[in-house]
Write a protein that binds this ligand. Structure first.
Ligand code: GN1
Ligand code: MG
Length: 370
């Protein structure tokens, strides 16, 4: 169903061209997304998205970041002589409002909306099917990092502060444990002990950063495979869903793309036997990533990469368990049964064990390509 607000945006004439039809697009849980088909075939169609202002409170900052990043990538693509720039980077489109062009629209319900030019004949995929696809996934995020490797981040807004600050995520878990607001702690003692015994090991990246040994760069921070857009002929186009783009360490993106893309099971798999690292997919992602990123990464960053998968998986286990103990507040929108967050946390713990067993192999593979 098309919500009233979308009809409002069309009705008050906030779009640059006459509209033919509106359809729902994708199944985004955070962003409600609509495709706006314009009447004149010479005019582009648009993607209209509701911004999740529960996560993203600073909408000005968010839209500012997206504009900076897409402008920068566009410039890089021009320098590289890319023939079809509008398919290789997202194009934010302003919304006509009070006689001026605005980065977003605030509707009568207090929701925020923004638009991109719609990229036609393009697809995303939920799952990485084989190592060749894995290589493309790695390439997509490696290229994104490469294009932004000389970006001056000083004007950048950290829309979700400390998003990947692992020690702070652990601090939050500790606080929840102390209070145990839902009386759930007893059931999960061994999971808690497992995670707390690893705090030091997974504080290493933040410590390296604090000591200035690895640089903060602009990274994606939600590098799931379904955030990679492909042409209908299979050609890699660009990465999408730029909301979480912020300064961070490159191993976070490589790590999260492996956590989400190279798990033999599901993130919320109820059967732990299904869960584990698929080494062929993992290698594919690393190979694709380094084919783009090797050229600008420092030796210390190259060394940090192999920590990424386990680090980000650890962090997710901590976040899911924290939220479970806290009564499923943060991930409420994706919790469909009472134990869902606990199932997620345990699946992440299982994946983490499998990654820890494979650490030497991952590090060796990175080294062989560096
Ligand atoms: C959240 O809802 P989704 O899938 O886009 C979360 C990510 C986690 C992911 C885990 C803003 O993203 O960090 O990786 O869940 N996003 C935010 O399923 O917290
Ligand atoms: Mg997302």
């Amino acid at each position: 169903m098309i919500p009233q607000s979308v009809a409002e945006i069309i009705a008050v004439g906030l779009l640059p061209y006459p509209v033919k039809s509106i359809e729902e697009h994708g199944d985004g849980l955070i962003n409600f997304t609509y495709k706006i088909n314009t009447k004149n075939p010479d005019h582009p169609n648009f993607l209209l998205q509701k911004i999740n202002s529960r996560f993203f409170r600073n909408v000005d900052g968010l839209q500012h970041n997206i504009r900076l990043v897409t402008d920068h990538i566009r410039k890089k693509l021009e320098e590289e002589g890319c023939k079809d720039i509008n398919r290789h980077v997202l194009t934010p489109e302003c919304i006509q409002c009070n006689g001026s062009c605005q980065a977003y629209y605030w509707d009568h319900n207090g929701d925020y909306w923004r638009m991109y030019v719609f990229i036609e004949n393009a697809n995303t995929f939920e799952k990485i099917g084989n190592p060749a696809m894995a290589e493309l996934a790695g390439k997509a995020f490696g290229r994104f990092h490469r294009h932004l490797s000389d970006f001056d981040a000083k004007d950048f807004c950290e829309v979700l502060p400390n998003f990947h600050n692992t020690p702070l995520r652990v601090e939050s878990l500790r606080k929840t444990i102390e209070i145990d607001p839902e009386g759930r702690l007893d059931k999960v003692r061994s999971d808690v002990d497992f995670l707390l015994s690893r705090v030091e090991r997974y504080s290493k990246i933040i410590e390296m950063g604090d000591k200035g040994l690895i640089p903060k760069r602009i990274i994606h921070q939600d590098p799931k495979f379904n955030n990679v857009l492909f042409d209908k002929n299979g050609e890699l186009l660009c990465v999408i869903d730029l909301d979480t783009v912020m300064p961070g360490y490159v191993c976070y993106d490589l790590g999260d793309s492996i956590r989400t893309g190279a798990n033999r099971g599901e993130e919320d798999d109820r059967n732990p036997d299904n869960v584990g690292l698929d080494m062929d997919i993992c290698k594919g992602i690393i190979k694709g990533y380094l084919s783009e990123a090797k050229s600008f990464l420092t030796p210390a960053e190259l060394d940090s990469l192999a920590y990424g998968p386990a680090l980000i998986t650890y962090e997710h286990a901590v976040r899911f368990l924290d939220d479970y103990l806290d009564g499923d507040k943060y991930f409420k929108y994706k919790t469909s049964y009472p134990q869902h967050n606990l199932v997620r946390a345990r699946a992440q713990i299982k994946l983490l064990q499998s990654m820890e067993e494979s650490y030497d192999k991952i590090a060796g593979f990175v080294k062989s390509l560096s």
